[in-house]
Design a protein. Structure first.
Length: 103
C-alpha cells in the first residue's frame, strides 16, 4: 500500500512511522517539507504520489499557541485539513485524519 503521511515530524507521525510494516511504501512529510496551509503545494506534492491512502496527522497542537494565534491555528487545523482532503479526493486516495485532544 502506498501511504502519504502529513505531520511526520509530530508525535503521532513519528509513532506511525516507527510501527508501519515494511511492505508499505510510506512518503512522510514534516512541517518543513509540506505546508498544509498552502493548497497548491499540498496538491503538487501529494497527488503525483498516487497514494492509496493519505494519513493526515499534521496539526497545530499547542493549546497556548492556538489561543495566542487563532488565525494560524485555523489555517493549520481547518484549512490544512481541507487542503489535504482535497488532494486525497483529486488523487482518488482514501483520506484518514487523526488528531489528539490537544487540537
Amino acid at each position: 500500500m502506498r501511504i502519504a503521511l502529513t505531520g511526520a515530524g509530530g508525535g503521532l507521525g513519528r509513532a506511525f512511522l516507527a510501527s508501519v510494516p515494511a511492505e508499505h511504501e510510506v512518503h512522510g512529510f514534516a512541517r518543513a517539507e509540506l505546508d498544509v496551509r498552502d493548497h497548491d503545494e499540498v496538491v503538487r506534492t501529494l497527488v503525483p504520489l498516487e497514494p492509496d491512502v493519505i494519513l493526515h496527522l499534521a496539526a497545530m497542537t499547542s493549546v497556548d499557541g492556538c489561543q495566542a494565534e487563532p488565525g494560524r491555528a485555523s489555517e493549520t487545523n481547518v484549512l490544512g485539513s481541507f487542503n489535504v482532503a482535497a488532494a486525497a479526493r483529486r488523487s482518488g486516495a482514501r483520506f484518514v485524519a487523526l488528531s489528539t485532544d490537544y487540537v
